[in-house]
Write a protein that binds this ligand. Structure first.
Ligand code: IPE
Ligand code: IPE
Ligand code: MG
Length: 263
């Protein structure tokens, strides 16, 4: 049993952060940012206003994760299914993405953050792809934290693509079928070399995974909050970390085993 800790109350951000750093932190956090449209609708604004405001949350969350020394932060920014949205909204999202990359490059450089992407990037507009490749290239040697954006991403497609590449290597004779195991398949995923997320956060009250990191989140702790993404800031992230610290990650074992009371 873990000792109960007081719920997040009216403490200052500094006090919250001091509480958070006393406990174990996730090494890799993945976030399904959701609720931009509803945030805008509540204010009688167009949906894109929610996406604009959501960028501020992205900045704050990236800064906070870097400060806390996380190894990885993965953000679901555009799903393969999001191509079904109205053309105007897609164009606006692509424009915002390009703007984000242009503006954030200097911050990523200053803070030693490595940038990478997962998903079918080649489907994005050419100018966005160019910026993605540039930011990936310029931050490639950074060791501080890896910020991964999932763009035109589908967990199922990622697995299908990986299987295709495995089959092609088997056919070419460079891979023996007997060598195929979980570790090998992982090397063929977009996320190769990345640790699995310890914590997956979804905002806006939806309790679903929406085709995100299906393979990788096999043992992640899930955290759902009603807060809409544009309202999700440092305090909310710290609250999610405090909640994470209350979880007992058993990976199949019993609680007694973890406490060393029984073998
Ligand atoms: C998340 O907010 C942003 C993206 C999926 C790009 P939504 O745009 O899904 O917002 P809601 O769910 O309509 O409120
Ligand atoms: C999931 O959000 C995808 C991203 C956060 C990019 P959606 O808002 O598109 O998810 P669904 O369609 O409601 O499940
Ligand atoms: Mg949504």
């Amino acid at each position: 049993m873990k000792m109960p800790v007081p719920a997040v109350g009216c403490e200052s951000e500094e006090e919250l952060q001091a509480r958070v750093v006393r406990g174990p932190l996730p090494r890799h956090v993945a976030i399904i940012m959701d609720g931009n449209g509803r945030w805008a609708a509540q204010r009688n604004l167009p949906r894109v206003a929610g996406h604009h405001e959501g960028i501020k949350s992205v900045r704050e969350v990236v800064t906070c994760c870097r400060e806390l020394g996380l190894a990885g932060l993965t953000i679901y920014a555009f799903s393969a299914e999001n191509w079904r949205r109205p053309m105007f909204e897609i164009q606006e999202l692509m424009m915002l993405l390009e703007l984000y990359l242009k503006r954030e490059l200097s911050t990523l450089m200053e803070r030693g953050i490595r940038f990478r992407t997962i998903g079918r990037i080649e489907r994005l507009p050419a100018s966005v792809v160019e910026w993605i490749r540039r930011v990936e290239r310029e931050t490639a040697s950074h060791q501080g934290m890896t910020l991964t954006l999932a763009l035109s991403y589908s967990g199922r497609s990622e697995i299908v693509d990986a299987v295709r590449r495995v089959v092609s290597d088997v056919q070419a004779g460079s891979l023996a079928p007997s060598a195929i195991d979980e570790d090998l398949l992982e090397q063929y995923l977009d996320t190769h070399g990345m640790e699995d997320p310890d914590l997956v956060i979804r905002t806006s009250g939806e309790c679903r995974i929406s085709n995100f990191l299906l393979w990788q989140m096999a043992y992640a702790e899930l955290y759902f909050t009603k807060t809409l993404w544009p309202d999700f800031r440092r305090r909310d992230l710290l609250a999610a970390f405090l909640d994470f610290q209350q979880r007992e990650r058993r990976f199949g074992r019993t609680g007694e085993q973890l406490q060393g009371r029984a073998g």
